[in-house]
Design a protein around this ligand. Structure first.
Ligand code: XMP
Length: 319
């Protein structure tokens, strides 16, 4: 009978079989999927694995530090941490179109990853945390012309360019199964239970053009929102929650002063696989508390709204 423990053993054996004495490189994003891949591979092939964490400067607050601490210090996994924020921000300057943002980020990600891979002497295999929903949402459902809803940069691109074979141990799994596998592998609960975070990061949570300043504002609002969700004991009941910074300024009052600042939208959904989702029904006291804190504590935001769109017809992200 099928258990996660036996899946783990089978997956480890399959990785060893596929890789032999080859070298594997794995992109770490800080998300659950790539984290599980990294730990699974480390258990399967130890020092034959090198992880590369490309920091595009579009991460949430503290994220980069947490990733480096867990993988390099705790697991002793060989980890390259490349801070490429200036490069990404430079190329994204003035770019408004969501798909262009994804293409630019995806392309740069490949460039930087490839460069870092070369620096460590290359590899024979590339490991990716591709999940089953990634596989099916990126291909045509009808057999007709392929329709891409959103181009997910963690699927495709790298393997062709780098001429390496793919190692994708999660290809048959849904998100909840990946979490179960992570638990089986002893990953800390704080990492396993983490809400998904998209590859393009905050770039697709800031409609319109992206600046360092907007990213900083968004990081602050997002971290207050998530802190309140955790305090209320709601984190695990929600599949994904995040703040969005709208490129709209509205008028407000603060003391005797007129303000003219950005609008922050809050998003929270329940889902099992990200393919469909319902918005989360917070009570109004909770929303008031978050709104008050964000407006009082984050300079640059003077209005907070809550997104009550489900998927479909909306998507989870705003871009
Ligand atoms: P949507 O917005 O399409 O999101 O309803 C479904 C899930 O996918 C994540 N997402 C992405 N993940 N690269 C990623 O790695 C992307 O470009 C991307 N776009 C959306 C999103 O966060 C949600 O979990």
């Amino acid at each position: 009978d099928w258990t996660m423990a036996s899946f783990k053993e089978t997956a480890i054996a399959a990785v060893r079989q596929q890789v032999g004495s080859g070298r594997v490189i794995c992109g770490l994003s800080g998300g659950v999927d790539s984290s599980v891949v990294a730990v699974l591979l480390h258990e399967a092939i130890g020092d034959q694995l090198t992880c590369v964490f490309v920091d595009h400067g579009l991460m949430r607050a503290n994220e980069a530090d947490e990733v480096v601490t867990l993988f390099r210090d705790h697991y002793n996994i060989h980890l390259v941490h490349k801070d490429a924020s200036d490069l990404f921000h430079g190329k994204l300057d003035g770019v408004n179109d969501p798909e262009k943002k994804r293409k630019i980020i995806g392309g740069l990600f490949i460039d930087v990853f490839e460069e870092e891979a070369k620096k460590v002497g290359g590899a024979d295999f590339l490991a990716q945390g591709t999940l089953y929903p990634d596989v099916i949402e990126s291909v045509s459902f009808t057999g007709g012309p392929s329709v891409t809803i959103k181009s997910h940069h963690n699927v495709g691109g790298l393997p062709e360019r780098m001429n390496m074979d793919l190692v994708e141990p999660l290809r048959e799994l849904f998100k909840d199964e990946v979490r179960a596998l992570g638990r089986e592998l002893g990953l800390p609960e704080a990492f396993i239970g983490r809400h998904p975070f998209p590859g393009p990061g905050l770039a697709i949570r800031i409609p319109g053009d992206i600046t360092q300043e907007k990213c900083d504002i968004l990081r602050k609002a997002d971290s207050i929102y998530l802190q309140e969700i955790r305090n209320a004991g709601l984190y695990d009941a929600i599949w994904q929650a995040f703040a969005v910074l709208l490129p709209v300024r509205t008028v407000g009052v603060m003391g005797d002063e007129r303000t003219y600042d950005y609008v922050c939208a809050l998003r929270a959904v329940t889902s099992t696989d990200g393919m469909t989702a319902d918005y989360y029904h917070f009570d109004h006291e909770f929303l008031s508390r978050v709104s008050t804190r964000i407006i009082n504590e984050v300079r640059g935001i003077n209005r907070v709204v809550y997104d009550i769109t489900s998927k479909p017809p909306g998507t989870i992200e705003w871009e």
